[in-house]
Design a binder for this molecule. Structure first.
Ligand SMILES: *Cc1c(COP(=O)(O)O)cnc(C)c1O
Length: 409
């Protein structure tokens, strides 16, 4: 059969895996444990054969969602987690050891930044670099470097890392290359094509899309030969070496750490995933229309959006994201506007801290997520008191533009 497109593949994914009774959705399996009619089969599944034993290591419902994520990323395999943070924690903690070195982009999600601090406390050295230029990543290399981490689009500054350049360099150096693809989603960024080893997605954001379930996933592109990686434990050095890394993440990440996705959440996320392409096209069109309108507005000092020609990585975004530019925007209001009064005048946008939702959400960064770090560090990061993070939703574009206009008037 000819390879189907993105949405056709996802909406028919469960059915093609022959669900019981012809159900078009994989059912929600709430069982904690799975019983076996044959003791030899029970032993085989415990010893590595595909199957289910105890729901901390996954259920048929989470497996059906994992298959959809793998198909979206064109990748070899996926393990799901309770949240995006659980997926990231499992990746770092199961693959890195004290004495190892990690190179990370400095433009990363705040909670991931905090997680890397915890990792450093446990003896992994972490170097943060400006990953919009591959040379900064290469300059940080040490003999103990094991892994490079970046996001495909950074929140809230919308910087875009040199994904392809870093991928090429990691390949030469035989390093594990981890890309958090959450903010553009697998629809926009074909992360396997830039040479990523592992792709992390917070399913809570665009993939679920409806703000009604949390989840995360780690996907192995199948490009990396894990026999080069020193930290794979002996029991997982079995079968094709391209699968060893994900086996270790699943075994240690789910079995030992237990941040498991529930079947109920997996079902909701899978239903959301069916419309990812439709929602993303609307979100990206809305975002571009709003960015263009606000860039002209006398009360707006600056718009940070990769779709605008003055964005520093505009050309890179065009090449990497298939002509779409995502739903994340940074907006700096003019100095003479009181940011709190402005926010209180909004009637359509929701004041809420989430991303990739059907609803457009807005947050004053200096007064919320970046409050703890203090004014000096905020200034270094380019976060002024009037900096708003906006996550664009699927509403009608004129309502979003109109809401800004009336609140700025
Ligand atoms: C939200 C987010 C996460 C964490 O996901 P949760 O599901 O909220 O734990 C990780 N990375 C990025 C880029 C995010 O935006």
């Amino acid at each position: 059969m000819a390879k189907n497109g993105f949405t056709t593949t996802i909406v028919h994914s469960d059915r093609r895996a022959s669900v019981e009774h012809g159900a078009i959705h994989k059912p929600m399996h709430p069982s904690s444990e799975y019983a076996f009619a044959d003791s030899r089969e029970l032993a085989a599944v415990f010893q590595g054969k595909a199957g289910f034993t105890y729901a901390r290591q996954g259920t048929p419902t989470t497996a059906a969602l994992e298959s959809k994520i793998s198909q979206m990323e064109g990748a070899a395999g996926t393990v799901s987690f309770a949240t995006g943070m659980a997926a990231l924690a499992a990746t770092f903690f199961t693959l890195l050891k004290a004495g190892d070195h990690l190179i990370s982009s400095q433009h990363i999600f705040g909670n991931t930044n905090s997680l890397l601090g915890t990792l450093a406390d446990l003896g992994v050295s972490v170097t943060m670099v400006d990953a919009t230029d591959e040379r900064n990543v290469a300059a940080a290399w040490r003999p103990e470097t094991r892994m490079v981490f970046t996001e495909s689009l950074a929140n809230p500054g919308t910087q875009i890392a040199d994904l392809a350049g870093i991928g090429q360099w990691c390949k030469e150096k035989n390093l594990v290359y981890v890309v958090d693809n959450t903010l553009v989603s697998p629809l926009l960024c074909k992360t396997k094509e830039v040479g990523a080893t592992l792709i992390v997605n917070s399913l809570s954001k665009h993939i679920g899309g409806h703000g009604n379930a949390l989840g995360g996933a780690v996907t192995d592109t199948g490009l990396y030969d894990w026999s080069h990686y020193p930290n794979i434990a002996e029991p997982y050095r079995k079968g094709s070496p391209t699968s060893w890394g994900l086996t270790q993440i699943k075994k240690k990440g789910l079995r030992d750490m237990g941040g498991t996705l529930s079947s109920e959440a997996a079902h909701r996320l899978a239903v959301g995933a069916e419309t990812l392409s439709l929602r993303m096209h609307k979100i990206c069109a809305n975002a571009l229309a709003l960015a263009q309108a606000l860039a002209q507005h006398p009360k707006v000092a600056k718009v940070h959006y990769p779709g605008m020609p003055d964005h520093p990585q505009h050309e890179r975004a065009r090449q990497l994201f298939g002509g779409l530019f995502g739903g994340l925007m940074g907006i700096e209001l003019a100095d003479d506007i009181d940011v709190f009064d402005f926010l209180n005048r909004l009637k359509v946008l929701a004041l809420a801290t989430h991303l990739g939702d059907n609803r457009t959400l807005v947050l004053p960064m200096a007064h919320t997520i970046y409050y703890e770090m203090g004014p000096e560090r905020r200034a270094l990061m380019g976060i002024s008191d009037n900096f708003l993070r906006v996550s664009i939703g699927i509403e009608d574009a004129q309502d979003l533009i109109g809401d800004f206009n009336q609140a700025l008037a």
